[in-house]
Design a protein around this ligand. Structure first.
Ligand code: GCW
Length: 678
């Protein structure tokens, strides 16, 4: 059934007319299987090619027919060694795919320095067939631009997934370590196919139980499944674990007993998982314990744990998502204020993980001011793949453009061209450690992500983590071809839908730089009104500041002065409403309702136009999708169609509730030609 389980690895048969040419290019498969990774690589090629071409190519030990596909490393294959394709610059995970001549016969070589590199090359090769690229004269050279390409699961041991909209956690802790669901292998395959090489199994709001012997054993069982696919396991660590499971009276990072406890815990974990990646830590944020509970700094906390994993080659990833609702200062400023003074104070095996924006995974945020501001501390990007603030699983929102927009933003930290991508890939500050994390949208739903289109968000995250300079449009094309169809009549409209979808969400939820207007705590549906409670920083009014005088948050030098956290040219731009890109207007400025926007309309009219446009775009998506009936299998077509109808209804809800609410302040009529809220 077309239930989405196969993700982008569907490998549906290539139509006969095209298959003939592909078969000629892949007449024999020469792929050693002496190690688990080699075996997995060969299995994937046999499976993929077998399905795409109707039958798997003959297996051979050496290439000896025209059209051999030969895969390996100089160590695993004499013929690969002889070709001298695996050059140093490919590193540990890169590969080359090249059309070559072997003993006078045509062949295609996938060469790498390591088994993992060859596996990535094999997945790339399969993608060429899946997307119907010609195999005639190949010369591909790929190496990842970041070292750690990681998923963060916010999965609890109860199998509840925080902000997860795809069912319960895929980790069946109860049956581990003995029962290894085949799904774990498919998870690893899917991740390996897009270059993801690390996974944090448990929620950053961590349970100390995760670090008990029983759960270490379970995590080790998963690590064993993932290892052949080049994926390493990390764990979120609860800072107070020494007290909760260690019987100590304190978790003070400078206390020798606490330091000894973490060292022993690290030794214990490495015994079970020799290639354990390290710890991810959320500390002193949203009620989580941390070093500040003992009057210590984030650096003290991170360094203590870093010292514990250091002898084993592990790292600590410390999250910068810290704020206190008791601090009266703009929440958008708090992470910068906490962390910039600590630059240079972290051990060399610590990374600081920074969300793309300074508030919280909104449909649109300007890039986080920490990017570019910590030259001595490797900063890791944290994107959210799961759509906590973008309509959960039913709203279609392709996040590629959101990720791309952030990565291409210019921090000006070292002058023009200092993009966030260059911070994250380490080029700008010569970071020794580099990486990108995505908060996973994976659950035990049959289609993994809660909706067919949300699979694309997992996919695009992996591809951009591999190379932050790829185009989200190209990636959408690739994904659509593999997931739905290579038929141009499908690819064009689907890619167009995807590329416009995130902007549609921005329009009907948070246009013109507005943010955090969502219903309190669940974050689904509109909630711009005050919803009780004393937490001034979390009530939406705090962010939109609507009054009869106008709307928006003044973060200029005349207001909260958040703009000054950016490098000078960026700060100057954001400080001036006329120069601020309109999509960030109300993020940085509080403006009167009759402020003239770029279109010539008043701010009020422009706001209403955006809300309406958002709904219109969803209607367009529905029309486009309806037109694909018969071109996409009925099972997936029907589900997407229904989800789009939910999205349209809820886009209207957003528009009508928002406009009605803001109108109580603006006291203005709706602009001509726009239907009044129903
Ligand atoms: O996005 C917010 C979520 C919390 C989450 C927190 C964080 C894991 O609403 O559910 O907690 O951020 O990133 O730590």
């Amino acid at each position: 059934a077309e239930d989405g389980y196969d993700l982008w690895l569907r490998y549906r048969p290539i139509p006969e007319a095209d298959a003939v040419a592909y078969r000629a290019r892949v007449a024999q498969l020469v792929a050693p299987a002496a190690t688990p990774t080699q075996q997995a690589t060969r299995d994937e090629l046999v499976r993929g090619l077998g399905s795409l071409l109707g039958a798997a190519p003959a297996l051979g030990d050496t290439a000896n027919v025209d059209g051999a596909l030969i895969v390996g490393t100089p160590a695993s294959s004499k013929q690969i060694a002889g070709l001298k394709l695996a050059t140093k610059d490919l590193g540990d995970e890169g590969y080359r795919i090249r059309s070559v001549t072997l003993d006078g016969r045509n062949a295609i070589a996938i060469a790498a320095n390591t088994d993992a590199g060859a596996m990535h090359g094999a997945f790339h090769f399969l993608r060429l067939l899946q997307t119907r690229e010609p195999l005639a004269s190949l010369d591909i050279r790929e190496a990842p631009r970041t070292q750690l390409r990681m998923l963060n699961h916010w999965d609890n041991l109860t199998r509840h997934v925080e902000r997860g909209y795809a069912g319960e956690s895929i980790w069946d802790w109860h049956k581990l370590p003995d029962y290894l669901s085949p799904r774990y292998t498919d998870y690893a395959r899917a991740n390996a196919s897009i270059g993801i090489n690390a996974t944090v199994l448990n929620n950053v709001n961590a349970s100390a139980q995760q670090l008990t012997p029983m759960y270490i054993e379970k995590a080790a069982a998963l690590a064993n499944v993932f290892r052949p696919y080049g994926i390493r396991v990390f764990l979120s660590a609860r800072f107070s674990a020494p007290v909760e499971i260690g019987g100590l009276k304190t978790a003070d990072p400078l206390d020798p007993k606490v330091r000894a406890w973490w060292k022993a815990k690290a030794d214990e974990i490495y015994k079970a998982i020799p290639d354990f990646g390290g710890f991810l830590v959320k500390a002193n944020s949203e009620g989580q314990p941390g070093p500040q509970d003992y009057g210590r700094t984030h650096a003290d906390g991170a360094n203590m744990m870093a010292d514990a994993v250091k002898p084993h080659g592990g790292i600590v990833i410390w999250r910068a998502f810290v704020y206190s609702h008791e601090t009266p200062d703009d929440r958008a400023k708090q992470a910068y204020n906490e962390f910039v003074p600590l630059d240079g104070k972290f051990r060399d095996n610590v990374m600081v993980q920074v969300k793309n924006g300074a508030i919280d995974f909104q449909p649109r945020e300007p890039f986080h001011p920490l990017f570019g501001a910590m030259p001595k501390t490797p900063l890791m990007m944290e994107f959210q793949i799961t759509k906590e603030y973008l309509g959960f699983a039913t709203h279609l929102a392709y996040l590629g453009p959101l990720f791309e927009e952030t990565l291409r933003a210019d921090t000006y930290a070292r002058g023009k061209g200092s993009t966030v991508a260059k911070v994250v890939d380490g080029e700008l500050h010569r970071y020794r450690l580099t990486g990108m994390a995505g908060v996973a949208n994976i659950g035990s739903d049959r289609n993994w992500s809660g909706s067919h289109f949300d699979q694309a968000n997992w996919y695009v995250f992996g591809r951009l983590a591999w190379n932050p300079e790829l185009s989200s449009r190209d990636i959408a094309q690739e994904w659509t071809r593999m997931t739905f169809s290579n038929d141009d009549d499908v690819v064009q409209p689907v890619v167009a839908m995807m590329m416009g979808s995130r902007e549609a969400v921005v329009d009907y939820m948070t246009p013109l730089g507005l943010h955090h207007l969502m219903g309190r705590s669940h974050h689904y549906g509109p909630g711009p009104w005050v919803e009780g409670g004393p937490r001034a920083d979390w009530t939406s009014v705090y962010y939109h500041r609507a009054s009869k005088d106008g709307i928006g948050f003044d973060r200029t030098t005349r207001g909260s002065d958040t703009v000054s956290q950016y490098a000078r040219p960026v700060a100057a731009q954001f400080d001036d409403a006329a120069k601020t890109p309109e999509e960030f207007l109300l993020w940085f400025h509080h403006l009167p309702w009759d402020y003239t926007t770029k279109s010539g309309r008043t701010l009020w009219d422009e706001l209403v136009v955006h809300y309406s446009r958002g709904v219109d775009k969803v209607r367009d998506m529905r029309r486009t999708w309806d037109g694909l009936q018969g071109k996409v299998d009925p099972e997936r077509h029907a589900q997407v169609a229904t989800f789009l109808s939910i999205q349209e209804k809820e886009a209207q809800w957003w528009r009508d509730a928002s406009i009605a609410y803001f109108q109580t302040f603006s006291q203005r009529p709706l602009p001509e030609g726009l239907a009044p809220p129903a």
